[in-house]
Design a protein around this ligand. Structure first.
Ligand SMILES: NC(=O)c1ccc[n+]([C@@H]2O[C@H](COP(=O)([O-])OP(=O)(O)OC[C@H]3O[C@@H](n4cnc5c(N)ncnc54)[C@H](OP(=O)(O)O)[C@@H]3O)[C@@H](O)[C@H]2O)c1
Length: 279
């Protein structure tokens, strides 16, 4: 199986390196192109056997599955470049949430999937959100999920839920890091605990909490009840959180949804122009 990557910025290179580290792919199976050739050449120097090419069309010619790892607004340009090079047996995987599968299927002659990854795949962890187009066969889905499970956990979701789901799985690491930073700042300022110690404790706590919820058999409610014994310190802290956090997540979801809808509208216009040009 030959895998191509178009765009080797933050997420494209992270996926390549994670697939290699997991052993799911060997460098010789990978072809990559990006706007700046030097970026992909750095990867081919680091992983001998990986092919860095200067054109996206070459990546398409040399791959069975092609991951599109460019920013949403770059999609129309990249798709118009590669559409004629693709054949019906190839699979194009978009890793970005606002590009609709229907848009991709309307323009490309191949099979289409959307897999939204997470930075947590760098440590072979976290969820990848999987959505499939109409041309994807059961065996294609199996193949993609085998590949994705080498770096994380594939989770099937409906495309309509991709924003709320990727807020948690893809943006979540940034949100939690931000919250932990504020917490550590306060601990340092108010108590003198070293900030680095607070961050270290928080990171270990996040890891352990995730494991309790995924493999420890705890539900959120059980975990809260087990730690927050009546009359204890945790209960005091929880009452502060209940008072102040209640409006935060509705606002967060509204804000990310607004941005997502703005991106969808911009992309709708670009894709309509592309489809009209093709007719
Ligand atoms: N970062 C995350 O945690 C995360 C999580 C889930 C999904 N995603 C999705 O991943 C996608 C990429 O995000 P990113 O964070 O990796 O962005 P990034 O670091 O800016 O990488 C984008 C890459 O695309 C390349 N590129 C731009 N135009 C191109 C073209 N016409 N042909 C080939 N390559 C081109 C850029 O090349 P240059 O280096 O030359 O500019 C850059 O290397 C986004 O759609 C995002 O939604 C990201």
């Amino acid at each position: 199986m030959r895998i191509g990557f178009i765009g080797t910025g933050s997420m494209g290179s992270l996926l390549i390196e994670s697939f290699l580290r997991s052993g799911a792919l060997q460098p010789r199976q990978i072809t990559a192109s990006s706007r700046t050739l030097a970026r992909t050449e750095r990867l081919s120097a680091k992983y001998p056997g990986l092919t860095a090419v200067s054109s996206n069309v070459q990546t398409v010619f040399q791959s069975d599955i092609i991951f599109l790892c460019v920013k949403p607004l770059e999609f129309p340009h990249v798709l118009s470049e590669i559409q004629e090079a693709l054949n019906p047996d190839q699979i194009v995987v978009s890793i970005t949430s606002p590009v609709q599968i229907s848009h991709l299927e309307g323009i490309l002659p191949c099979k289409v999937a959307k897999v939204v990854p997470s930075i947590t795949h760098a440590v072979l962890s976290g969820a990848s959100l999987c959505m499939y187009g109409q041309r994807i066969l059961p065996e294609d889905r199996l193949l993609l999920e085998q590949l994705v499970s080498s770096v994380g956990t594939p989770v099937l979701i409906e495309e309509a839920h991709v924003r709320a789901a990727s807020d948690i799985s893809s943006c979540g690491p940034a949100f939690l890091a931000f919250i932990l930073g504020l917490w550590a700042d306060s601990a340092a300022e108010l108590t003198g605990l070293h900030r680095a110690t607070a961050v270290h404790l928080g990171a270990e706590m996040l890891l352990g909490t995730g494991r309790l919820l995924t493999e420890g058999g705890f539900s959120l409610e059980q975990l809260t009840q087990r730690v927050a014994v009546p009359g204890g310190v945790t209960a005091e802290g929880l009452s502060v959180l209940k008072q102040h956090l209640i409006s935060v997540f509705p606002e967060l979801i509204q804000a990310t949804t607004r941005k997502h809808e703005h991106d969808l509208t911009t992309l709708d216009t670009s894709f309509s122009q592309l489809e009209e040009r093709d007719d």
